[in-house]
Design a protein around this ligand. Structure first.
Ligand code: DAH
Length: 338
């Protein structure tokens, strides 16, 4: 009888080892331990044995039962764990995919448009002395024009006569390009600018793109061509460009660039000024700006323009954002929409 128990046990071990599903495990359990099971039947026979043999056989049968139970429960764990891992019908958990900030997207798009007409993207420093943002742009110390650029000056030790500041406009980059790049200079500087302003239509940090093309023979026609190329590429071919005389210290003549309103197509509506919306500044480089960059204004001329990235982007999107500071509040409910 002990032998029979041993045979049953090794049979059961093998069967359990090979079982691959919980259904098979269940049928093995019935086959050995069920009411009519092989081991159960055998155990029932113990009481037919002579009394002195009973303890030994009973003990062997019981420990076989325990081992089989243990093996079965281990097998259930193994199979269930495995079944979950390979259950290809369960829906996957897809990782959340992010995307670039809408201003970053606009910057990339703007840079790509100017690249098509040979403008190289440059990035000039946010921190400058008074030289590039003011002095080199024909705004000497004490000139009232400086007041328009609500400047953040820094406590850092000045460099010679010049204080350090966070540049308030990308045109400082234009002065830097003129002073540092070889002729012909054809660069587009896109950078952060800083002004002491924070209200519904201003953030203290914002972005501007400033282009400059300086070489022999650059004329006002080139300026118009460049501006029209950009406006038509970014806003659409139906949009018109208008240059309105204005005054900047670093360009002469200077203009404000308007584009025909996308809502009324230039007819005039409540969103625009008689059919036009204002985009930014532009002009032909002032001779003093060329001189500050050690270029000879008798030989070299140049065009320049500079606009806000946020303003340009919002103007195209048609988004009417009541408070543009939301662009930089990192509120996912807003950002996820773009
Ligand atoms: N930097 C000027 C501003 O922030 C705009 C401007 C840029 C005017 C470039 C220009 C120019 O004439 O060439 O208001």
């Amino acid at each position: 009888m002990i032998k029979q128990i041993d045979t049953l046990l090794s049979e059961a071990r093998l069967a359990i080892q090979e079982a691959k599903t919980s259904n098979v495990i269940e049928s093995i359990r019935l086959e050995y331990l069920g009411r009519q099971g092989k081991l159960t039947t055998l155990l029932r026979g113990v009481k037919e044995l002579p009394v002195r043999e009973r303890p030994q056989v009973g003990g062997a049968a019981n420990s076989a039962r325990q081992e089989i139970e243990q093996l079965l429960s281990d097998a259930v764990d193994r199979i269930e764990g495995g079944e979950i891992a390979i259950d290809t019908t369960l829906p996957g958990i897809s990782p959340e995919t992010g995307h670039l900030h809408l201003v970053t997207k606009a910057i990339e798009e703007i840079a790509a448009i100017f690249k098509q007409i040979g403008f190289t993207r440059v990035r000039h420093p946010d921190i400058e002395t008074e030289w590039f943002p003011f002095e080199a742009l024909n705004m000497p110390a004490d000139h009232p024009a400086r007041d328009e650029w609500e400047t953040f000056f820094m406590d850092a030790k000045p460099s010679g006569d010049y204080r350090f500041m966070l540049t308030p406009h990308g045109t400082s980059g234009t002065a830097r390009s003129l002073a540092t790049l070889p002729l012909p200079v054809r660069s587009i500087n896109i950078q952060k600018c800083y002004r002491r302003q924070s209200d519904a239509s201003h953030t203290p940090v914002f972005h501007q793109f400033d282009g400059v093309y300086a070489a022999e023979g650059v004329t006002f026609q080139h300026l118009k061509g460049v501006l029209e190329f950009f406006v038509k590429a970014y806003f659409g071919t139906e949009r018109e460009v208008r240059l309105r005389p204005y005054h900047f210290r670093f360009t002469e003549p200077s203009f404000e660039v308007d584009i025909s309103c996308g809502v009324c197509n230039g007819k005039g509506c409540r969103l625009c000024k008689q059919g036009w919306v204002e985009l930014g500044g532009a002009g032909m480089l002032h001779p003093n700006v060329l001189k500050a960059a050690k270029l000879n204004p008798k030989k070299i001329s140049g065009l320049a323009f500079g606009w806000g990235v946020e303003r340009t982007m919002l103007m195209r999107s048609g988004l009417s954002i009541p408070d543009i500071r939301i662009l930089y509040e990192n509120d996912m409910r807003f950002l996820q929409q773009f």
